[in-house]
Design a protein around this ligand. Structure first.
Ligand code: NAD
Ligand code: IPM
Ligand code: MN
Length: 354
């Protein structure tokens, strides 16, 4: 029988709550479709940092490399600088494994009210550049104690980096509604972004069935709220794609429902699946976290592993539970993570407790 070998890093905060919930449901989906998971749990994150001064062991990335995929919760703790937690785990994984596409579908879910009028049929995918751009490692430092203190970080956009993410977006759009919306600040103010436009235009030129639309990120923020159904595939730089994904998630009802796939499209390295949200220290330990983003990320992992039927089952299960009115507090409901997860597990065939 098929076995998928997955590295699990629950990480911090609500990651430790939503990851076990999702693993339980993914196991149920696997059983229904004749395959199984071999999960290897890595207890890496802020506790590891407190004990060892590092988010993961020195050979952490090599160990992850041996798996078919990585299932991540979130990292980040209020008492540790984010520079340590993020550059110590999340960002190195994305970079070492060349996960240059961060794929973030957002759509309105059954029974989940949007805070925005007219969002009922919103269905878009953000293709976020995931390894360069504004998140570059070039020049990133704070100049302390100079006559004038300053902080400088270079934005780095390479032709290769833009071309491959734009090509991915175009291919995705060709199988959807054919519209690629490229989001920049390319009115010459941010000097790197006219180059982004140029390379995106060249990449998409002559592609059958794909239309390119360009919009400035400030106008985009407004248009997403005013016309959330006007989009199909959105392609954006690392920073802009990050910001737009929380905005779009909130329009769908809560960032707690938004999934993300950090893809290495060439498949020479493992890809990583995680929710869009972070460790949510404000609700961690309360049993109130919405597990939908993690479950949906799990479904994206199933698709990536060649298990589309199981993926569809997982999505159908959490959609049915939401449609039944079972919702966590971020969606205006009164159910906790456990109650919501129990209901999803029932839909996936778990026997009720006796
Ligand atoms: P966050 O996404 O953790 O939380 C923002 C708000 O959304 C909070 O009010 C939180 O309670 C709510 N929220 C998030 N996920 C939810 C869920 N599943 N269910 C219900 N409510 C949810 O963002 P933040 O507070 O800015 O960041 C907290 C920490 O997480 C920081 O250390 C940050 O660096 C880190 N972070 C990590 C990742 C990641 O690991 N990929 C992503 C984003 C933020
Ligand atoms: C995300 C997060 C990360 C990002 C942070 C925590 C570095 O916000 O995955 O969306 O900006 O990529
Ligand atoms: Mn983010």
């Amino acid at each position: 029988a098929r076995v998928h070998d997955i590295a699990v890093v629950a990480g911090d905060g609500i990651g430790r709550e939503v990851v076990p919930a999702a693993v339980r449901c993914l196991d149920l989906a696997a059983a229904r479709h004749g395959f199984s998971f071999a999960w290897t749990e890595y207890d890496w994150g802020s506790d590891h940092y407190r004990r060892h001064g590092a988010m993961m062991p020195p050979d952490g990335l090599d160990r992850l490399h041996a798996h078919d995929a990585i299932f991540l919760g979130a990292v980040g703790a209020p008492d540790i600088p984010d520079t340590e937690t993020l550059w110590g785990l999340l960002i190195p994984i994305r970079r070492r494994f060349s996960q240059y596409v961060n794929l973030r579908p957002v759509r309105t879910l059954p029974g989940v009210p949007s805070p925005v009028r007219g969002a009922e049929t919103m269905d878009l995918v953000i293709v976020r550049e995931n390894v360069e751009g504004e998140y570059s490692e070039v020049g990133g430092r704070i100049y302390r104690g100079e006559p004038a203190e300053a902080a400088i970080q270079e934005a780095v956009f390479t032709r290769t980096g833009i071309t491959r993410v734009a090509a991915f977006a175009a291919e995705l759009a060709a199988g959807r509604h054919g519209l690629v919306t490229s989001v920049t600040k390319s009115n010459g103010i941010v000097h790197t972004m006219p180059f982004w436009d140029e390379v995106v235009e060249q990449t998409l030129a002559g592609r059958a069935g794909v239309r390119l639309e360009k919009i400035l990120v400030d106008a985009m923020a407004a248009k997403l709220v005013l016309a959330p159904t006007a989009f199909d595939v959105i392609v954006a730089s690392n920073l802009f794609g990050d910001i737009l994904s929380d905005l779009a998630g909130a329009i769908a009802g809560s960032i707690g429902v938004a999934p993300s796939a950090n893809l290495n499209p060439e498949r020479d390295h493992p890809s990583m699946f995680e929710p869009v949200h972070g460790s949510a220290p404000d609700i961690a330990g309360k049993g109130a976290a919405n597990p939908v983003g993690q479950l949906w990320a799990g479904a994206m992992m199933l698709d990536h592993l060649g298990e589309p039927a199981a993926a569809a089952d997982v999505v159908a299960a959490f959609e049915a539970v939401l449609a039944d009115g079972v919702r966590t507090p971020d969606l205006g409901g009164t159910s906790g993570t456990a109650e919501f997860t129990d209901a999803v597990a029932r839909h996936l065939g778990e026997a009720p407790p006796r």
